[in-house]
Each structure stands twice: as structure tokens, then as C-alpha cells.
Ligand binder design. Structure first.
Ligand code: ADP
Ligand code: MG
Length: 138
């Protein structure tokens, strides 16, 4: 799965209506979209997805935010997809994100930071299977 990663266009970006622009940027950067859908997560789904962060001070805020509105979940294919997608996203805190990254352009805070990306090939596989069945990956 090293050519696949998992991404989310988070509720802040969908709420601002910039999800189309972000999808275009993804395509312009040479990713192939293997799976894509608009969903509105329940609090329980968001808590399960971010279980690794349970107990951290921002966990409640994060899971409330991620279940606050619709988001776009994506299975993305490219060579070295995990680092390639994290590079396009930029640093977690938009104040530290490089020019030209999605978080620099679209994120408003460290919490509401427009996009999610997997941090390893192993987590990419787990995260894709959290939201997509095999039949939904084309
Ligand atoms: P990344 O999304 O860049 O992999 P993390 O895995 O560290 O970052 O954190 C997951 C998400 O939790 C972040 O994208 C962000 O939405 C939120 N988050 C992380 N750190 C903070 C923080 N200090 N305050 C508020 N929210 C945070
Ligand atoms: Mg992370």
C-alpha cells in the first residue's frame, strides 16, 4: 500500500466551500483519486478514527470539530503517497506551514486545519479501511 494514502478535507474547509479547490490541487499535484465521498461523521466515528489521540488535551475539541459538519474522505494514489500528501498539506499548525501548502492557504488554526493525512503506510491502510470498502476503491 506504499502508493496509497488516506486524506480528509475537514469540516472547516467544506464549510468554507473550498473543497473543490482542494480537490483540484490534489489532482494538479499528480495524485490519482481512488476513492472519494462526502460524509458527515458521528461523534462516535470521529472518536474511533482519532483513538490514537484519546486522552490528549485537544481530543474533545478535535472529535467535536470533526463531527460538526460534512467532510470529504479520500483514498489517494501516488508514488510515496504518504510523504507526498503530507508535503502538500503542510505543517499541522498553519502558522508553521510553508508557502504553497494547503494548510498555509486554507487552515485557520492548529485545530481547524483544513486537511488530514496519514502518517505512515500502516496507518494509511487502517484509515482507508475505516471509511472505504474494497468495492468503493476504483
Ligand atoms: P496531523 O493532522 O498533522 O497529523 P496530529 O496527528 O498531531 O497532526 O493531530 C491530529 C489533529 O489534531 C490535527 O490535525 C489537529 O486538527 C488537531 N490538533 C493537533 N494538535 C492540536 C492542538 N495543540 N490544539 C488543537 N488541535 C490540535
Ligand atoms: Mg496525525
Amino acid at each position: 500500500m506504499s502508493n496509497l494514502t488516506f486524506g480528509i478535507i475537514k469540516p472547516d474547509a467544506v464549510g468554507k466551500g473550498v473543497h473543490g479547490t482542494i480537490i483540484q490541487r490534489i489532482l494538479d499535484n499528480g495524485f490519482r483519486i481512488r476513492g472519494m465521498k462526502l460524509i458527515h461523521q458521528t461523534r462516535k466515528q470521529a472518536e474511533g478514527f482519532y483513538e490514537v489521540h484519546a486522552g490528549k488535551p485537544f481530543y474533545d475539541e478535535l472529535t467535536e470539530f470533526m463531527s460538526s459538519g460534512p467532510c470529504v474522505v479520500l483514498a489517494l494514489e501516488k508514488e510515496n503517497a504518504v510523504p507526498a500528501w503530507r508535503n502538500l498539506m503542510g505543517a499541522t499548525n498553519p502558522a508553521e506551514a510553508d508557502e504553497g501548502t494547503l494548510r498555509k492557504e486554507f487552515a485557520s488554526s492548529i485545530g481547524e486545519n483544513a486537511v488530514h493525512g496519514s502518517d505512515s503506510n500502516e496507518n494509511a491502510a487502517i484509515e482507508i479501511s475505516y471509511f472505504f470498502s474494497q468495492l468503493e476503491l476504483v
